[in-house]
Design a protein around this ligand. Structure first.
Ligand SMILES: [Zn+2]
Ligand SMILES: [Zn+2]
Length: 181
């Protein structure tokens, strides 16, 4: 998962990677903790281009995972996809690295979104991993209108209605209706 800068001299570079999720430390942690199960490899399709002193990398990462719905607790499979654009610039070799200089560099990188690289290649592993993590949904639902479980009998309401009365208890909320604001 690297771009060798000498390969960029011919202009635009297209790259494809396919890696098992276990290649990435954070994804391995997610697997070990049971947060998700990866069904396919992590695939990345990238294009790198030199623009002046900057190297722009655009690409897509994709994979297939098995998650547990937060509402009905059923496992389901879903694709994860993320598109991104990253900008790299070479870190200037600093003859006398000082704390203030270091801070200055970090601030600039934060302001501009530039990522510094050193040497003759750019390692994309961390960025690819980050994109996979960002592709996870914030709320894990098997489908947007998942009806979840009945709070009384635990039946999966997606597979049919149970016979419980789930109308909200009258007392507490009925009183709110009479509130005059
Ligand atoms: Zn569900
Ligand atoms: Zn029920």
């Amino acid at each position: 998962m690297q771009i060798r800068l000498e390969e960029l001299k011919q202009g635009t570079l297209s790259l494809k990677f396919e890696e098992p999720p276990e290649t990435f430390a954070v994804l391995t942690e997610m697997i070990d903790s049971g947060a998700c199960e990866f069904i396919g490899p992590i695939t990345a399709a990238l294009r790198a281009q030199q623009i002046g002193a900057m190297i722009e990398v655009t690409g897509d990462v994709a994979t297939q995972v098995r998650l547990t719905c937060g509402r009905c607790l059923q496992g389901f499979e879903t694709p994860l996809k993320s598109s991104f654009t990253l900008a790299y610039t070479q870190a200037e070799p600093d003859p006398e690295p000082s704390v203030s200089r270091q801070e200055e560099l970090e601030l600039t990188a934060e302001d501009t979104g530039l990522i510094y690289y050193q040497g003759e290649k750019i390692n994309l592993k961390n960025e690819i991993q980050e994109q996979v993590v960002l592709a996870f949904p914030l709320r894990v639902l098997c489908r947007p209108d998942c009806r979840g479980l009945c709070p009384q009998c635990g039946a999966d309401l997606n597979t049919g209605d149970c016979n419980c009365d789930r109308s909200p208890p009258a007392g507490k909320f009925a009183a709110l209706k009479n509130l005059k604001l």
